[in-house]
Design a protein around this ligand. Structure first.
Ligand code: MRU
Length: 351
């Protein structure tokens, strides 16, 4: 079982305490985020990353960032919650969990009676609830997903949708952790996940820490592995799932789904209810984050593309719902036809 706690309150409760994922697998360092600048920078530079984890960190970060303004009159304080919340929510656009978590806190702030101190107390409680709920949702995803893993299952995954990416034991990796906990044998193939290597740096790190069999491969090797009959199933996470079931996830997920379909390998998407976005009709409306050129061209010791050459660096792609065998959620396994139009969010809102 994973012992990784990617996001938590600091001992004094005045900061968000995160594992700095930029430094893994070389060094395990925790960092304390104490201001809106700290929180935005950590999310933007992927010190904290993964859709559920940035939702949790964003919510806790908003609490930390507005705490110094306790003492302001109520209206002024609420305006600051909105202003700082907006800022945090827009750091990364694709994962719905971030704007969802911030939206939830902004609503609670408005609905809480009393002065700025009472509002802050309720916001802290709500952010802690989001963390606790995420932990529980991960576990339930694992319990539902267990039925998909046969004996000696060989699972291929992409990016990192494990403990580092959530408040709990992960989404795609949750069934793997639970299978291991039950003493069942399971082997994971981790796509390295270009350009930032979340698969080889993070997935391989957390699984090996937990003593789970993991093998890293370059992204362009996955189809051959499937063709060789070495993959029983693919499980990936998600950053946003549209009402029609289209899935935004780390760039490289879509070709994986195509290869899986071609080779008859089941392709599962594991996600908590907070990742479903009924307000977005199809994948065409999902905003895909594009990241800095340097991440692709300057990611190694020496440059790997000529200076000044254009770079295409989307962080995510969209996999059409038709390629998804089933969704593994905290509410059970959902198979086609998908109708998430009135699914709502975990707190009953539309985000
Ligand atoms: O850019 P990242 O590292 O935040 O991308 C993360 C992913 O794409 C994950 O697969 C997704 O957020 C699911 S996390 C449980």
């Amino acid at each position: 079982m994973s012992a990784v706690e990617s996001v938590r309150w600091s001992a004094d409760g005045r900061a968000v305490d995160i594992i700095d994922q930029r430094l893994l697998p070389g060094t395990l360092v925790r960092r304390e985020l104490r201001s809106a600048d700290d929180v935005c920078d950590a999310i933007l530079t992927l010190a904290v990353r993964g859709a559920p984890a940035i939702g949790v960190a964003g919510a806790m970060g908003l609490v930390v960032a507005i705490a110094p303004f306790v003492g302001d009159d109520r209206e002024r304080f609420l305006a600051r919650v909105d202003e700082i919340g907006e800022r945090i929510a827009h750091v990364r656009p694709t994962a719905v969990n971030l704007s969802w978590a911030i939206g939830r806190l902004r609503r609670v702030a408005r609905e809480t009676a009393g002065d700025s101190r009472s509002v802050l107390d309720f916001l802290r409680r709500e952010a802690t609830l989001i963390l606790d709920e995420d932990r529980a949702m991960c576990r339930r995803i694992g319990e539902h997903g267990l039925s998909l893993l046969g004996d000696d299952a060989r699972v291929l995954t992409h990016c990192n949708a494990g403990a580092l990416a959530t408040g709990g034991i992960g989404t795609a990796l949750a069934p793997v952790y639970l299978a291991a906990e039950l003493g069942r044998r399971v082997a994971v193939f981790a796509d390295e996940t270009r350009p930032l290597l979340q698969g080889s740096r993070l997935t391989a790190w957390e699984l090996s820490q937990a003593g789970i069999d993991v093998t890293v491969l370059a992204d362009n090797m996955a189809a051959s592995l499937m063709r060789a009959g070495e993959v029983d199933l693919v499980i990936v996470g998600a950053d946003r799932i549209a009402a029609n079931g289209d899935v935004a996830n780390k760039i490289g997920t879509y070709p994986l789904a195509l290869a899986a379909r071609h080779h008859g390998v089941p392709f599962y998407v594991a996600a908590p209810w907070s990742t479903f976005d009924p307000a977005t009709e199809t994948g065409h409306q999902i905003v895909i984050e594009h990241r800095a050129a340097d991440e692709l061209g300057r990611g190694f010791e020496s440059p790997v593309s000529p200076t000044g050459v254009a770079v295409y660096n989307p962080a995510f792609d969209v996999t059409p719902a038709a390629l998804v065998t089933a969704f593994v959620t905290d509410r059970g396994i959902l198979r086609p036809p998908y109708r998430f139009a009135d699914a709502g969010h975990a707190d009953g809102s539309a985000g």
